[in-house]
Design a protein around this ligand. Structure first.
Ligand SMILES: [Zn+2]
Length: 106
């Protein structure tokens, strides 16, 4: 549950089950995707995809250099399956797909 900084509505007022975290004004702001300006959504999309590229590069690297130590480093950096499952961390692919979905409408 979160409150959107823009419209002050709660998470039920969005079609999406996750908010967008916009840090463009220097502080973390939670918004409904629908309340985030298009330019910011595009910027956030770019940042998130860049960060996912790094994730996949490192996952590839992990598959080529598998060790308990490297798995630990990888999970420390990107989070664990359990953290995503419990909602402690947001699945970045879901976030990217949500932004793309929202950009279709604006
Ligand atoms: Zn809102």
């Amino acid at each position: 549950m979160y409150e959107c900084e823009q419209c002050h509505g709660d998470s039920d007022h969005s079609k999406y089950h996750i908010p967008i975290v916009d840090e463009s004004k220097g502080k973390k702001v939670m918004l409904h995707l629908e309340c985030c300006p298009k330019e910011n959504l595009i910027k956030l999309l770019h940042e998130k995809v860049e960060s996912e590229k790094m994730f996949f590069d490192e996952a590839l690297n992990l598959s080529e250099n598998l060790s308990a130590e490297n798995i630990e480093k990888f999970e420390k950096k990107f989070g664990t399956y359990d953290e995503i499952k419990q909602g402690i961390k947001i699945d970045k692919l879901v976030e990217i797909l949500a932004i793309v979905d929202q950009l279709k409408t604006i």
